[in-house]
Design a protein around this ligand. Structure first.
Ligand code: 5GP
Ligand code: MN
Length: 338
């Protein structure tokens, strides 16, 4: 954040505000961790603040301190709507355009509140008075730590905030292994542990709370994996019927896509997940090295994200989607084998 932006934020926060904080739809660890950490910070500074999530999120994120105060727009609709309509200041976290908030999009479009964006996705929209956007950042959580540091307030980071920030950095870096993980990321994480982040407990809460049915669903996904060696690609499909068979709960498929990349020589991994209720196939793309799944998702599947992790969707059947996907690969053969 440049000095003009820091000054603008200081001015905005120098008077009591009615604040709403918004993560993207289907929020992940980074979205929930960053919104909660910021929520604690702003409340502790004396502002009114609420988090409105566009929809529900996985159970393994719900242990985070302050979670019970998050308003799910789908289940606490009137309360969430009132908060958004009365807001004087709206923070949008971990997404780059209103479209990523699903049904909140028209409300955000119509809002007269002032906006602050904190995000690490490519191609940020230009709706905010203060845009703190940095695609080099590991996570929005690392940026929230920086945001608090820019305001000279790291001494006010509580153990609750430290736990939330640690969680988002951990989940968005694949437990500190993705190339977005820098020495600075580790320095921030070290400071967070000093401030009370319980690192071992956080890892257990996120990764070691599987249900047997989730592991069985993983078994099904791995059995369905198709390996296309000539394209250094592996993809998985999961139909609605398979999800139902294994008693699918939100978040159960989190991380499945990464298994493709654990195969030697595979650089591009994809998962297609049928969602009958929404009538779409939700797609996750992951890559290793220079192949940009962000560009691939943008160009072919109405999506986007980061260079090595992106998402998208398709409106045709899961079989047709997979077939179409495979037909695209010939054009990327050189790129994938470079
Ligand atoms: P995931 O595959 O875990 O859902 O998402 C990977 C990354 O891509 C995340 O940063 C996520 O925010 C982004 N992403 C996922 N789905 C979409 C989408 O439909 N559109 C865009 N623009 N980004 C997405
Ligand atoms: Mn993120």
């Amino acid at each position: 954040m440049n000095s003009a932006n820091i000054k603008a934020v200081e001015e905005l926060l120098s008077v009591p505000q009615r604040i709403v904080i918004i993560p993207h739809k289907n929020p992940d660890g980074d979205a929930i961790g960053s919104t909660l950490a910021l929520w604690h910070y702003l409340k502790n500074r004396g502002h009114e603040a609420v988090i409105v999530s566009p929809n529900d999120y996985p159970k393994f994120l719900k242990w985070m301190p302050g979670n019970e105060h998050i308003l799910n727009f789908e289940t606490k609709n009137s309360q969430a709507l009132a908060a958004m309509q009365e807001a004087t200041l709206i923070f949008t976290l971990d997404f780059n355009h209103f479209g990523r908030t699903g049904q909140l999009e028209p409300i955000l479009e119509a809002s007269n509140a002032r906006f602050i964006m904190i995000d690490h996705h490519q191609a940020p929209s230009n709706y905010a008075e203060v845009t703190y956007s940095d695609v080099e950042m590991s996570s929005t959580c690392e940026m929230v730590y920086n945001f608090i540091e820019f305001l000279g307030d790291t001494s006010t980071i509580t153990p609750e905030m430290a736990n939330c920030i640690y969680t988002g950095i951990m989940t968005d870096t694949g437990s500190f292994k993705f190339s977005s993980t820098t020495s600075r990321t580790h320095q921030v994480v070290a400071n967070l542990i000093d401030k009370g982040a319980k690192n071992t407990e956080i890892h257990n809460s996120i990764y070691d709370t599987n249900s047997p049915s989730r592991l069985h669903l993983l078994g099904c996904a791995l059995k369905n994996m198709v390996i296309l060696e000539e394209y250094r690609t592996a993809y998985i499909t999961l139909s609605q019927e398979e999800l139902d068979t294994y008693n699918y709960k939100k978040g159960d498929t989190e991380g499945f896509v990464n298994y493709g990349l654990t195969l030697e020589g595979i650089r591009f991994a994809v998962i297609f997940i049928e969602n009958k209720e929404e009538g779409i196939i939700k797609i996750s793309f992951r890559s290793e090295g220079d192949f940009s799944v962000n560009q691939f998702a943008r160009k072919h599947f109405n999506g986007g994200g980061h260079d090595n992790a992106a998402g998208g969707r398709s409106d045709v059947s899961i079989e047709e989607t997979a077939k179409y996907f495979v037909s695209l690969l010939e054009d990327y053969k050189e790129n994938l084998n470079a």
